[in-house]
Design a protein around this ligand. Structure first.
Ligand SMILES: C[S@@+](CC[C@H](N)C(=O)[O-])C[C@H]1O[C@@H](n2cnc3c(N)ncnc32)[C@H](O)[C@@H]1O
Length: 200
């Protein structure tokens, strides 16, 4: 597959409320914990989660953010994320297909987890340029992707991280990889966590 994954694929999988097993699988709970632990600040003023699915990661990010925007191309995913974050007035879930639809404003945290490989290389390149422009000075982009290629995805997780690294042209803050996933963060004004916390 070389073109972006069609929207109909996501419409179809959301006949199930938890098609990726985010609520059930220990693998997914561990991955969320790794991502949350990697964030280089305790709190972020304005955060954006791209491809929020049923809102499981959104709900985990919410306590770390003053305002959190969660977007997904699937209307059903957005409805599930809205329900999962009900009562959290600082969280907004919106339907949007990126990079054609794009939110206003700039963010000090953008979370791009398990979504890059659904785009083709040209679209992901365009997306990376827009992501860079939507980061505040010192803002952080965190990406996390499964490494094994799969049929529905035009790109592999390695392709996504390679392309982001090249196109974002931001200092890398951290990287974690194991046999299954890659987790990386860029930006942060090039300052380490200790430097950001005033420890050195
Ligand atoms: C595998 S889920 C990721 C969920 C969550 N970010 C996580 O890591 O736990 C990917 C989601 O990205 C959405 N998606 C795929 N392409 C998209 C695009 N171009 N714009 C917005 N959402 C997209 C899909 O509908 C799907 O819900």
């Amino acid at each position: 597959m070389t073109a972006a994954t069609p929207a109909q694929y996501f419409d179809a999988i959301y006949s199930d409320d938890d098609p990726f097993g985010y609520r059930e699988r220990w693998y997914e709970a561990r991955k969320r914990s790794l991502l949350l632990a990697s964030l280089p600040a305790a709190r972020f003023a304005d955060a954006w989660e791209i491809g929020c699915s049923n809102g499981e990661l959104t709900a985990a990010l919410a306590p770390r953010c003053d305002r959190l925007l969660a977007t997904d191309l699937s209307a059903r995913a957005v409805a599930l994320a809205t329900s999962r974050t009900q009562g959290l007035a600082h969280v907004r879930a919106r339907q949007a297909r990126h990079p054609d639809d794009w939110p206003d404003g700039r963010f000090d945290l953008i979370v791009f987890s398990e979504v890059g490989y659904y785009l083709d290389a040209a679209t992901l390149s365009r997306m990376a340029a827009r992501l860079r422009a939507s980061l505040r000075d010192g803002g952080v982009l965190v990406a996390c992707h499964w490494l094994a290629p799969f049929r529905e995805a035009p790109l592999s997780g390695r392709d996504v991280h390679r392309l982001l690294r090249r196109r974002l042209a931001l200092p890398r803050l951290f990287a974690y990889a194991d046999g299954d996933l890659r987790l990386e963060g860029w930006g942060g004004g090039g300052r380490s966590v200790a430097q950001r916390a005033g420890l050195r």
